[in-house]
Ligand binder design. Sequence first.
Ligand code: ZN
Length: 183
Amino acid sequence: MSENATFPGDKLASIEEYEAGYNTFDDGDMVRAATVGEKDIDKTSRVASIKHPKVLSIPKVGDIIIGTVAAVMSSMIAVSIDYINGEPTTSKVECVCGTRNLRIRNVALVNDIVKLKILNHLNGTIHAGISEPELGILLTKCRKCGGKVVSMRDAIKCTECAWIDERKLSTNFGKSDFVKLRE
Ligand SMILES: [Zn+2]
């Protein structure tokens, strides 16, 4: 790799001197790389970008994303982004979503499909929210047996083993048009 090679989170320039261009984000202080690629610092237009062989899509604040839950921690989930505003993306950018204030057991499970809204980019991490009604789980399974679940108010019930559990469900939970979207 050349000396211009970048990794996600690398500092490119101060936001006082440069604007965040393609495949970058600003963390409130620095313009940082959002992906691997090659630095492209345009001194004329004062824009810092990353050249990448594939077009990468970094969601912007306010964007609605649909992704796959990659990890579940005690106070947050990590989500690998599959769609941004309904457009598929193959860049596998991840965002995190705080879940502590929801007071729900098992907000999400790994491999659940979830709809989130991008809140901000902070310290090299994309943060998303889940609290609005249409945000939340679109597709999940029974934690006990992996069976199909149906929603009952805020809870879900397994159609195979009758296990009742909680999730932060989207108002779109169980709608079939999303299944088509994934095919
Ligand atoms: Zn079950």
